[in-house]
Design a protein around this ligand. Structure first.
Ligand SMILES: *[C@@H]1O[C@H](CO)[C@@H](O)[C@H](O)[C@H]1NC(C)=O
Ligand SMILES: *[C@@H]1O[C@H](CO)[C@@H](O)[C@H](O)[C@H]1NC(C)=O
Ligand SMILES: *[C@@H]1O[C@H](CO)[C@@H](O)[C@H](O)[C@H]1NC(C)=O
Ligand SMILES: *[C@@H]1O[C@H](CO)[C@@H](O)[C@H](O)[C@H]1NC(C)=O
Ligand SMILES: *[C@@H]1O[C@H](CO)[C@@H](O)[C@H](O)[C@H]1NC(C)=O
Ligand SMILES: *[C@@H]1O[C@H](CO)[C@@H](O)[C@H](O)[C@H]1NC(C)=O
Length: 630
């Protein structure tokens, strides 16, 4: 029966295609190309300008994809741009994920159904403020001295397999095959990477072209300066630039013209807002400045992509970090001050954008979006379950083993989470003794289970006095705050390096590796002794139940007053919280992850549990103090 249905569907689809296309053998019916003479794009042979918006499918639950895409179309956009996150699709060297939340093909099909063209940015490196810029951290385990983002053949072998897996899936959706994909980007702002490896860029181009041919336009995106473009462009790909509202667009497009003398002007990342790190104000871009520069570009007939039109969330441990002078991890929210909020609600910026675009582009006949109602689920009391140092919590560890030298997370095959390094204190220590280590990225140090201090990569705190040299054991709990996603360095090993006490190397560790990506077994743990305040015997796991009546709605979990940790709803990891650093205080909770009836909240608090052991589900986000950049 199902076979018959399938046949029918195929027959219908084929029939519909013929209705859609004139019955001619004309290969230019579907296509996307550059008309260099008239400085314009041609879509299916006709002059065309795109105004696209970035929306990354991996930052929002699948059930919301269509809603967000429709709202983008309703604003007047005619295309969507998405990165493809390699680490999502190949979480382990031998595991591929293309279904469920990783169903990129479904996302592209929905985009087409919602009347949007697609600009695909498959990487392999994507930056995107994601852990390791979307590269799978296991690359560093497979080949410890790998040179990612270069023509290192050991890296390129993995890239080839990834591209092959991805591109055969999206090939039917290229414009030349009647699909929505008009452009495919090679790498990402490669001109900002010091390797400047032309063989690498050409290698990527040659792999991609095997699948894409001329059925979509290849392009590159770089910062709007010739110093960036120099190492970013590759022959055979259309060179474009990116810049924000504060830019002098004459100069910015002038840089593009140095490398792309003819063809339409393109800003591939016009910033609607900006990214935010922990311990800084939430970054905003004013609507007035955003609209002013937008109109200047539209007046030049430029095509553009708004980065981000809809940001979403870095759920779980997917947020990345910036490096350079200071290691700066990014917050869990990727709201980005975009026209659509983290929850997909329209803002004043959204309506101002729509007004502006309506002066340049035909508007679709779609209802204007409204702000969706939110759940005010109130206070949830949390019951302490167990310390992470407790014997029963070791079942949460992926691995417990002895090592002579402290292993990295990568050597432990742990992409993220925390690692506990335990060692005997050497005899005959001075009073006090000094402990020293380089940690990536943050470590809580304990003596016989008592917290004695914190080491921090960000703050360059590498040593502390041991107030109790009579203790038997030192325990160092190291947290990965996210692999670097930008800068000179890509390979960013996590863990504890060069540990020593009074200048003598510390050796022989009992190591427990905790992924903490999902935590589902704690309901079977027996409760252990607990006091609120600073967590002495390691991070504490807490659990609370709460009721939702009626249709579940989006809500925000306030972590105000808590220390630093991670929260889970019904088995979904909402991401890291750290209200003391801020600015973000609430975690976005998609209604799709709640259910009518009893719901479960699990919290792993690393540092401090406030006296009132509870959290609050509120109807509005609190992203903290903000700063207007432009
Ligand atoms: C289209 O043209 C190609 C090459 O000229 C030819 O091989 C093919 O049979 C034609 N297809 C149809 C449906 O006419
Ligand atoms: C294909 O069709 C387009 C639009 O109908 C027309 O402009 C173009 O000249 C045709 N090309 C060929 C090779 O027939
Ligand atoms: C942009 O820069 C050019 C050259 O540096 C300058 O002539 C022009 O006035 C600037 N435009 C604006 C709007 O500042
Ligand atoms: C923009 O395109 C229109 C229509 O083709 C043309 O008349 C106008 O001169 C173009 N403007 C610029 C600045 O290129
Ligand atoms: C290592 O730690 C685990 C968990 O606490 C414990 O069960 C095991 O006995 C320890 N091994 C050694 C050699 O200390
Ligand atoms: C937890 O306990 C329930 C019943 O109390 C049992 O069905 C389930 O398998 C247990 N889960 C684990 C991971 O032990």
């Amino acid at each position: 029966m199902w076979k018959l249905l399938l046949l029918l569907t195929v027959a219908l689809t084929t029939a519909m295609k013929f209705v859609d296309q004139p019955p001619s053998n004309n290969t230019t019916v579907h296509g996307f190309e550059v008309d260099y003479e008239n400085n314009q794009f041609l879509l299916d042979g006709k002059p065309f300008r795109y105004v696209s918006g970035s929306f990354h499918y991996f930052r929002t639950p699948k059930v919301y994809w269509r809603d967000r895409l429709r709202k983008m179309r309703a604003a007047g956009l005619n295309a969507v741009s998405t990165y493809v996150e390699w680490s999502l699709h190949q979480p382990r060297p031998d595991v591929w994920k293309w279904d469920g939340e990783a169903d990129i093909v479904e996302f592209l099909k929905i985009a087409q159904e919602e009347d949007l063209l697609v600009l695909l940015r498959p990487g392999p490196y994507i930056c995107a403020e994601r852990d390791l810029g979307g590269l799978p951290p296991w690359l560093m385990t497979q080949v410890p001295d790998i040179k990612m983002r270069t023509n290192d053949p050991r890296y390129m072998e993995y890239v080839k397999t990834y591209f092959q897996q991805l591109l055969v899936r999206v090939e039917p959706l290229l414009r030349g095959n009647g699909g929505p994909i008009i452009m495919v980007q090679i790498e990402n702002e490669y001109g900002s990477f010091p390797a400047c490896d032309i063989k690498y860029r050409e290698g990527l181009r040659d792999i991609i072209i095997r699948y894409v041919g001329s059925k979509a336009l290849l392009y590159t995106t770089d910062g709007s300066g010739t110093n960036y473009l120099r190492c970013g462009v590759v022959s055979g790909a259309y060179a474009t630039v990116d810049f924000g509202a504060a830019a002098n667009i004459t100069n910015a497009f002038g840089a593009m013209r140095q490398y792309q003398p003819n063809g339409p002007l393109v800003n591939s990342e016009y910033y609607t807002g900006w990214l935010t790190h922990w311990d800084e104000p939430f970054q905003r871009v004013s609507t007035a400045a955003f609209i002013k520069t937008l109109k200047e570009m539209l007046n030049l007939n430029a095509s553009m992509n708004l980065y981000m039109m809809y940001g979403g969330t870095n759920f779980g441990f997917t947020a990345g970090a910036n490096g350079g002078a200071q290691y700066s991890p990014q917050i869990t929210s990727y709201d980005y001050d975009a026209p659509l909020t983290e929850a997909g609600d329209p803002t004043d910026k959204y309506f101002a954008l729509r007004d502006a675009l309506s002066q340049y582009l035909p508007m679709p006949d779609l209802p204007l979006p409204v702000v969706a109602p939110k759940g005010h689920y109130g206070v949830v009391g949390l019951q302490p379950v167990t310390s992470l140092f407790d014997r029963q919590a070791r079942t949460l560890a992926a691995r417990v083993a002895l090592f002579e030298k402290a292993p990295t997370f990568e050597e432990l095959d742990l992409p993220t989470g925390v690692v506990l390094y335990e060692a005997e204190l050497p005899a005959g220590l001075k009073d006090p003794a000094i402990f020293r280590a380089d940690v990536a990225d943050r470590a809580l140090v304990y003596l016989d289970d008592y917290l004695v201090g914190t080491l921090s990569r960000t703050l360059k705190i590498k040593s502390l006095p041991l107030p109790n040299p009579y203790a038997k054991r030192i325990q160092v709990l190291v947290e990965s705050q996210g692999h670097l996603n930008f800068g000179n360095l890509v390979e960013d090993f996590k863990g504890m390096f060069n540990a020593e006490i009074d200048n003598k190397p510390l050796k022989k560790f009992n190591v427990s590796a905790f992924p903490l990506d999902v935590v589902q077994t704690v309901r079977n743990f027996s409760a252990t002794t607990f006091t609120s305040g600073s967590q002495v015997r390691g991070p504490f796991i807490l659990r609370g139940l709460f009721d939702v009546t009626g249709q579940p709605l989006d809500t925000y979990l306030s972590t105000a007053g808590w220390g630093k940790g991670v929260a889970y709803i019904n088995g979904h990891n909402l991401g890291r919280y750290w209200p003391k650093a801020g600015p973000q205080v609430t975690l976005y909770v998609p209604g799709a992850w709640l259910k009518t009836g009893v719901n479960e909240l699990i919290v792993i608090e690393y540092e401090y549990v406030p006296p009132a052991v509870r959290m609050v589900f509120q109807g509005a986000p609190n992203l903290g103090r903000s700063r207007m950049r432009v």
